[in-house]
Design a protein around this ligand. Sequence first.
Ligand code: GLU
Length: 516
Amino acid sequence: MDREVRVRFAPSPTGALHIGGVRTALYNYLFAKKHNGKMLLRIEDTDQTRFVSSAEDYIKEALEWAGIKLDESPWDGGDCAPYRQSERKPMYMQYAMKLVEEGNAYYAFDTPEELDAMRKRLEAAKVVSPAYNSITRNSMKNSLTLPESEVKDLLAAGVSYVIRLKVPRKEEIRLNDMIRGWVMVHSSAIDDKVLMKSDGMPTYHLANVVDDHLMKITHVIRGEEWLPSAPLHILLYKFLGWESTMPAFAHLPLILNPDGEGKLSKRKAAQYGFPVVPLKWMEEKDGQVTEVASFKEEGYLPDAMVNFLAFLGWNPGTDQEIYSMEELIKVFDIERIGKSGTKFDIAKAKWYNQQYVRKKTDEELAFFLKAEMKNQGIEVSDELAPKICGLMKERVTFPKDFGNEAIYFFKRPTQYDDQVISSKWTQETASLIQEFAQLLKAQTNVTADEAKHLLHNMLDAKGVKIGKVMQSLRVALTGQPAGPDLMQIIEILGANETSNRLSLAVNALKGKEIVA
Ligand code: GLU
């Protein structure tokens, strides 16, 4: 291709951007960057009735969060400005007029009542999908059926009208989708879509095609739900004389509910306990504002989310699963996008998050630990926080998990794991632990290695195997049955605190000793 690759993400600001929308934006971005092209964003706000004012900022923030950088947008400008369709309103009428003048579109003056009556008539005649089309338009009030003079009079009198596309009666419309291959649609299946509304605003179809043309879009990469609109768009390209520069189309497979049934829905996602929007969203319903759960708020890292979303419908054909954005750009290939829907697998999303938490440095994670502890009224020093994170990072899925997982570094246990105590805590264990506590008391400082030697020497002298006391020691110190290296925990807690905790546990568990 000799043209510069130009793709666009074209959301409608009707609410919070869905995670599927982030995937569409991501695939556009990866494709553009792979081909050294441009990615632009256009706000498709022609439907004023569904407009939500905060949605645009949300889209901007969500893409920034995900690291999807735009070359042209309503916020950064570009050669094709403006990038909001509402601001482009004056541009569309000339194209609608060209279609009318060349006999490919027509004025329709039908009132809502007349349209309703038509629908009822068709329903009564058992027509499966009643539509304003190449057959029914002949009995309606439009510039194809009315005498020219009457049309002129109606227009001059300012009678409200729409402009409809005159879809040919018998024509095979063919589309070579980059993902699906050849798709064939017969024009009789397409209705005479409204192109210009009575308020002078274009509909999605006209505005979308005109803008893609004017913005020199080379590839339209969008969700499968737009596939039924594609034949109509192809007709428009043809009628407007833009066939030679028509973009290539790629319709992305649907993201399905975890059970594989239907398109991913908010309701099903809530049932499975995961969000469907990237960032926090305040939803207004019946005068009440509620916060909608989001991936960011739940603790998903943007790079993990990007990696996960990239694999939701695409794969590189190798075993490698971890890819940075830069690496994704290198290997991304539209040919490797699947045709069928992909189930949303939240376990996989969590796995990705875990992997990316592990990739972070101890210092980066320290920020989260400090914040979580602060919420609980605990100040953690800059020196200590990275040490704890280094020890704990294999054990958390979300950075916020540090709040629970690492709490025993700051609070003495008040409970001791029942299962370990009721199976391991013998008189002998208790006295060995008490003895170890005494040994530590004599130390001012203890490193993990020193603690280990102290314990081993003590046990060796008595001929006791380490395995006999290890788990009980952990529970006495942290309350938990599992965790990271115990000697490292002792080093962080210090000799004195460890000694005190062990003595406290032995006392608290008096009478609970089992007979081995
Ligand atoms: N405005 C449409 C949407 O909200 C864009 C569809 C397209 O990319 O053509 O998804």
